[in-house]
Design a protein around this ligand. Structure first.
Ligand code: SF4
Ligand code: SF4
Length: 395
């Protein structure tokens, strides 16, 4: 296989985040502020990315606006000819905090929305007043002349509001809308049975997206990401392992995707001990599942193997214990019953939401145990769920 340079670099410059989304796909173990790469190292990574032929850099996290050197990093990306995208929750975005980023050459912002109703948005973000701050942030971005993508994160509680989300995006003057169902990696696995929509809900969202695409064709791009648990075949995760994207974690780990720190079959390379080009071209981790040579049956002889590249390695590991297994989402996988069992569990799932909190995160077994323990006292309305999270904060 001829190896092309990566298309995009996901720069996860911090795991710090003021929100507490229960669907967060960041790893269970977050990097502390003291473990983050310094400014000089990030500037060097940006130089290396441009030299490698990368075209886009996505500043992400956590909340990238939590870093005081963000404008410096954007300016370096602009100088290097990289197209910069800021992926933000927007709650820290004001005219004052945006101005230096615009001056640094930022062309595009991707703003995430948990919901379009105040109480529901508070509940799903674990942050009171988040929606109002995000709406204001969207207006500041468009007033500054930047391109804006609105990312609406879909789970069972907000499926019915997708048509209104699209209307809101139009009213805000966005260039692109993402209707993205939660993907079940990292922390979101803790809340899977509470967030997965039913088949009927999924079909209704799909119909709403198709209707809006037809109504606004040529004026608005709507990207749609389904929960792959309902698909017959897996998605081409990251467009194939080590084929298009490269991810640098807050601590400098260089990964084929942001969940790949769970893979233990090869050492995880770090930018402090090897260059981006060496890691992309030669590291054991990037070559582990690149192409099709690693595949066993049924993938090895499957006609779809260069369409989905065998699906998601991290999902295979999380659900089967074997990162080299066929993605269990696939209807041809012997592990597909695990997905069907998860869907059946979700159909009756009403556990408490367990919030993602930066700092002092409990272990997975602890949060599962606590989720069960608090179930009896849970208020069933959205504000009750938020109250539950706030009570946890006081512990
Ligand atoms: S808590 Fe929410 S806003 Fe923060 S990183 Fe996770 S998903 Fe993003
Ligand atoms: S068998 Fe493998 S390559 Fe074929 S569709 Fe399933 S995951 Fe994809």
């Amino acid at each position: 296989m001829t190896l092309s340079p990566p298309l995009g670099l996901l720069a996860e410059i911090t795991h710090r985040c003021p929100l507490q989304c229960p669907y967060c796909s960041n790893p269970l173990e977050l990097v502390a502020r003291s473990g983050e790469l310094p400014t000089e190292t990030w500037l060097d990574i940006i130089d290396q990315a441009a030299a490698l032929g990368i075209l886009q850099i996505h500043f992400s996290g956590g909340e990238p606006m939590a870093r005081s050197d963000l404008a410096q990093l954007i300016a370096r990306a602009d100088q290097c000819g990289l197209y910069a995208n800021l992926i933000t929750s927007g709650v820290q975005l004001t005219p004052e905090t945006l101005a230096p980023l615009v001056a640094a050459g930022l062309p595009h912002v991707q703003l995430s929305f948990q919901d379009i109703e105040t109480a529901a948005a508070d509940t799903m973000s674990g942050y009171r007043g988040s929606l109002e701050k995000k709406l204001a942030a969207a207006r500041h971005v468009t007033a500054a002349g930047l391109s804006l993508t609105a990312n609406f994160v879909i789970q069972r509680e907000n499926c019915a509001r997708v048509p209104e989300m699209i209307q809101l995006g139009l009213a805000l003057g966005v260039h692109r809308i993402e209707i993205a169902h939660v993907q079940y990696h990292g922390w979101s696995m803790v809340n899977r049975s509470r967030l997965l929509p039913s088949r009927e809900q999924l079909d209704a969202v799909t119909a709403a997206v198709e209707q809006a695409r037809a109504a606004h064709a040529g004026r608005l791009v709507i990207d749609y990401v389904i929960p792959d648990y309902y698909a017959d075949y897996p998605k081409a995760c990251m467009a194939g392992w080590g084929r298009r994207f490269i991810n640098v974690s807050p601590a400098g780990n260089v990964l084929p995707c942001h969940a790949a720190e769970t893979i233990t079959a090869a050492p995880i390379p770090n930018i402090t001990t090897a260059s981006l080009a060496e890691i992309w071209n030669e590291s054991a981790l990037f070559n582990l599942y690149r192409g099709t040579g690693w595949m066993a049956e049924p993938c090895r002889s499957c006609e779809r193997r260069e369409l989905d590249w065998g699906g998601c390695r991290c999902q295979a590991l999380a659900l089967t214990g074997d990162a080299a297994a066929t993605d269990p989402v696939c209807s041809r996988s012997v592990d597909r019953p695990k997905i069907d069992a998860a869907l059946a569990e979700a159909a009756s799932g009403d556990a408490d939401l367990v919030y993602r909190r930066y700092g002092g995160a409990p272990s997975l077994s602890a949060v599962i145990a606590r989720s069960g323990a608090t179930k009896q006292s849970r208020a069933r309305d959205g504000s009750g769920l938020l109250r539950s999270a706030r009570n946890d904060d006081k512990k």
